[in-house]
Design a protein around this ligand. Structure first.
Ligand code: C3G
Length: 600
């Protein structure tokens, strides 16, 4: 059980959400002297730092950009006297990767994990009618005991350096929006909804969690804000005759309004948009509202010039416009849960999301692509640190599902990306993770994980945990690229026929396939890294996908070029984007657009 409410902050007659986004104060703390010197009260010498944003790409020195260790943020906010009878919370969309939060010098929260909300009760520490200081002590070191996995080394000049086991830059900071929330002492802390369709009608089952004993009501409003159903009690169900369903590319959103009452007097109110739809796996098909849907889209990253992994509404808008233009209907939040605004907008746009926990780098390697596919076995789940890692993993799964469970856009949970899966120990590690996830989702969505090339049909011990199987495959890039493309095709077919022979009768989705491609390079005939090769590679992949009826989706790697750690395999980042980092199309965008539009 979480000891805080993850509900997204809103304002209404019972609650206020006050944004703390803007310019904060910031200090690096390489000597870890902050606490001893009392920085939790106030930062001594500080610089300015935008929130939300990653700190790295604002700077002009490597020491700052690549900084690894402790760093601090501070802001001041006025708290009005009118809030004195309320409960106050500070809520960060995330702090990467771990943080301690202080209110007027008092520790109010400690949180591990960089991609899910950090919420702290501050009622007993704020001064009403005065300015208040909030300070965050954060840290971005990587280890094998926390998610995502990596190590931290020390350079000869004493600086720490993050060594990710994953292929994206270790962007850090307060990368999502921050809110000061005022709500009633007795309040709505969480809610669940799930749906059953009966011909034209829908049954909406609900559960409302509060921290008190007063009466609770549940009301549904349609898109014109007209009431369509009503009930009382913390648990119940309402019938919606002639329900408008939430459909792919055609979203209809109701508003669920939940209230706590003391007789006729309102105590608390929380409302949220919900979409009535069902998700289930039936044989080889993924079904939304009982209709099979083929997933078309991308693996993405939260990544952009200057702001790094910082949330930005403009980037979100552009990305959705590009995805819609392509005829896409789905993306995977590779390799971590994204800012909540992504899910809210996907709900509005009728997009499907495979929501992924930050379990990436579970293979000992300098960036997973160096070990993935080679057959090299690193015994990742055989060290004494595994129990701690599993604890962090379970916590992230719980926080992700509690945060995202009511979004109609979320159709599946991905519980890992490319771990080792061929050992007995990997199976022992993942079994409780899947069990926990299944117990947490009131909508019983399908569970999956993304498997890399070593997870072959005859060796993998973890695909059995999944309701559908996600494959990351690079035949024609990491394996038999360029002049060997014909052999890549043969090798790909051999593997696919082995999966076919297993007769699993469940869907498969390709969650990664792609080639690094420089937007500057053209070559006839093609060579690797040219735009022409990306197109040929995609055509070869489509030819394979279309031969197997259990392939029910293709999410190309990646939506856009993105920043990674430096190395001989990366040219200022990963260039597998269908769009450049500035969100302009490579020629492959037109290849995919043609295919996806013809598949409607
Ligand atoms: O390299 C990439 O572009 C992407 O590859 C994926 O990892 C693989 C690397 C090599 C092989 N292989 O050799 O078969 C298979 C998978 C990761 O999930 C992703 O984060 C990364 O960005």
């Amino acid at each position: 059980m979480l000891n805080f409410s993850e509900l997204y902050p809103i304002s209404n007659q019972a609650r206020m959400a006050h944004s703390l986004d803007g310019m904060w104060k910031f200090s690096f703390d390489p000597e870890e002297k902050g606490l001893l010197e009392g920085w939790q009260h106030k930062l001594p010498d500080s610089i300015s730092m935008p929130v939300p944003a990653s700190f790295s790409d604002f700077f002009t020195t490597k020491e700052e950009r690549d900084y690894c260790g402790d760093f601090w943020y501070e802001t001041e906010v006025f708290v009005p006297v009118e809030w004195e009878k309320q409960e106050l919370e500070i809520r960060f969309g995330s702090i990467t990767h771990r943080a301690s939060v202080y209110c007027n010098g008092n520790l109010v929260s400690e949180h591990e994990g960089g991609f899910l909300p950090v919420v702290a009760k501050v009622t007993d520490h704020v001064k009403f009618g005065e300015m208040n200081t909030f300070v965050v002590k954060a840290n971005n070191e990587l280890s094998e005991e926390t998610l995502p996995c990596g190590t931290t080394t020390v350079l000869s000049d004493g600086r720490k350096l993050a060594k990710p086991y994953f292929d994206f830059f270790n962007y850090s900071g307060i990368q999502r929006s921050v809110w000061l929330v005022s709500k009633p002492k007795e309040s709505i802390e969480d809610f669940n909804v799930d749906y059953e369709l009966n011909g034209e009608d829908a049954v909406v089952r609900y559960e409302i969690m509060t921290n008190g004993t007063h009466e609770v009501s549940f009301e549904l409003l349609d898109q014109e804000k007209q009431p369509v159903a009503k009930s009382t009690g913390k648990q119940g169900s309402v019938l919606v005759p002639g329900a408008h369903l939430w459909n792919v590319g055609n979203a209809y959103l109701y508003q669920a309004v939940m209230r706590i009452w003391d007789g006729e007097t309102l105590i608390d109110e929380y409302s949220s948009k919900i979409g009535i739809r069902t998700v289930n796996i039936e044989g080889k098909e993924i079904k939304i509202n009982g209709k099979a849907v083929y997933l078309k889209g991308f693996g993405k990253h939260e990544d952009f010039e200057v702001i790094g992994r910082g949330f930005n509404w403009g980037v979100l808008k552009r990305d959705f416009e590009c995805m819609k233009w392509m005829g896409a209907n789905c993306f995977r939040t590779s390799h971590y849960p994204y800012a909540e605004e992504w899910y809210q907008f996907a709900d509005e746009e009728g997009f499907l999301i495979i929501d992924e926990v930050p379990a990436v780098g579970m293979m000992r390697s300098t960036r997973n692509f160096a070990a993935a596919g080679t057959g090299k076995y690193t015994g990742f789940f055989e060290t004494p640190t595994v129990p701690n890692l599993q604890k962090a993993h379970l916590q992230a799964v719980e926080e992700m599902i509690v945060r995202d469970k009511n979004h109609p856009s979320v159709i599946a949970w991905s519980l890992f990306n490319e771990p080792e899966t061929t050992s007995e120990q990997s199976k022992e590690y993942f079994t409780p993770i899947f069990d926990a996830a299944r117990a947490l989702d009131p909508q019983n969505r399908p569970m999956t994980g993304a498997f890399e090339k070593n997870s072959q049909p005859e060796l993998c011990k973890c695909y059995q945990l999944c309701d559908f199987i996600c494959l990351n495959r690079y035949y024609g890039w990491y394996i038999k690229g360029g002049p060997e493309l014909v052999d890549a095709r043969e090798a790909f077919l051999i593997e696919m026929n082995k999966w076919k022979d297993k007769n699993l009768n469940i869907p498969f989705v390709f969650t990664e396939f792609g080639t690094d491609t420089m937007a500057t390079e053209h070559k006839l005939p093609s060579i690797m890294w040219s735009q022409e090769y990306q197109n040929e590679y995609l055509d070869m992949n489509f030819d394979i996908f279309d031969q197997f009826d259990f392939v029910q989706g293709e999410l190309v790697w990646n939506f856009a070029d993105f920043q990674t750690t430096e190395g001989i395999m990366r040219v200022n980042g990963n260039k597998k984007g269908i769009f450049t980092r500035a969100r302009q199309p490579k020629s492959a965008a037109f290849v995919l657009k043609n295919r996806w539009e013809s598949m409607k």
